[in-house]
Design a protein around this ligand. Structure first.
Ligand SMILES: O=c1[nH]c(=O)c2[nH]c(=O)[nH]c2[nH]1
Length: 299
């Protein structure tokens, strides 16, 4: 019986990087990224004895992110994550696994008199996600996604037939407001022969985002759980190279306010938008013949 070191990893979290791609003196493009790196490997000595010979300083990882950003302007976040992960697992012998997470924050061009402004921006809601893992044997996987895309349907949602007990006061409804803030992840390369991760990342991202939103809108919802499955399945139906979709859907409750004490009816017009608590519906939808996800894949 004794005490041993368990699983561990370390890295630089949330490197904030803004890249201005200058098409010419006035027409620019922006990439605003938050990049996180986590390494695992032969790190017992630093934990057990403070021997740092195998420890690449997290400060060097920060520098690496900025230096790599200079090399490939306009690069997609998935490519950037893969390039960092490949470098980290080939250049430093003690590193066995590298995980890279990137959140890309959208900026939209301000509407100017002559059209979209060439170099003035407003920060938009939601963010795009890209994550990559690579190990020293060369195995690698990529996950893409989006966060905090808030959607609402003002009809087309029901919730009834649920389990009841003596604590149940929720009224069944056949017409409610359904709102959620979508966080989604999709894993690339469903089969081993598709492991050439040279995809059209941005095309796949735009298609998945559109499919998720369209399915939310078009599905007559009997529960947010049913909507979750429909959203994930629609993305997999449209993109055969994706293996799995994971969704997190907080139920942003809208409660009809009882206006009777004030002498008013309320035919589905005035709602209280509750902040918390909220229902949290989470689930994965996957192909039954997909290769498994690497355990270290940064979802
Ligand atoms: O779509 C829903 N799923 C639930 O599990 C649930 N629970 C609840 O109170 N409201 C809802 N709505």
């Amino acid at each position: 019986m004794g005490i041993v070191l368990g699983p561990n990893r370390y890295g630089k979290a949330e490197v904030r990087l803004v890249r201005v791609v200058r098409d010419d003196a006035t027409h620019h493009r922006l990439a605003d990224l938050t990049v996180s790196i986590a390494l695992s490997g032969d790190l017992a000595a630093t934990h057990l004895a403070g021997d740092n010979a195998h420890v690449l300083p997290t400060d060097s990882m920060r520098a690496l992110v900025f230096a790599f950003a200079r090399e490939q302007p306009g690069e997609e976040p998935e490519e950037f994550a893969l390039r960092l992960a490949r470098h980290l697992t080939t250049a430093y012998e003690p590193v066995h696994t590298a995980q890279v997470r990137i959140h890309a924050h959208p900026w939209e061009r301000i509407a100017a008199a002559e059209g979209p402004h060439p170099h003035a921006w407003t920060r938009a809601a939601g963010s795009r996600y890209a994550g990559a893992v690579r190990n020293a044997d060369g195995a690698e996987q990529v996950v893409s996604g989006l966060d905090d895309v808030t959607v609402l349907k003002s009809t087309g949602s029901e919730f009834h037939g649920f389990l009841t007990d003596r604590y149940t006061t929720l009224e069944p409804t056949d017409d409610r407001v359904l709102a959620t803030s979508v966080s989604a992840r999709w894993r690339h390369a469903a089969r081993p022969e598709e492991s050439d991760l040279g995809a059209d990342w941005t095309g796949s991202y735009a298609a998945a985002r559109a499919t998720l939103l369209r399915t939310f809108a078009d599905t007559r919802s009997l529960s947010l759980q049913q909507t979750l499955y429909a959203m994930g399945k629609a993305v997999l139906d449209e993109q055969p190279r994706l293996a799995e979709v994971r969704l997190e859907l907080p139920n942003k409750h809208h409660f009809l306010v009882d206006l009777a004490p004030y002498g008013h009816d309320n035919p589905g017009e005035v709602y209280y938008a509750a902040d918390r608590p909220y229902g949290l519906i989470e689930g994965a939808v996957l192909r039954d013949d997909a290769i498994p996800a690497m355990p270290e894949l940064p979802w």
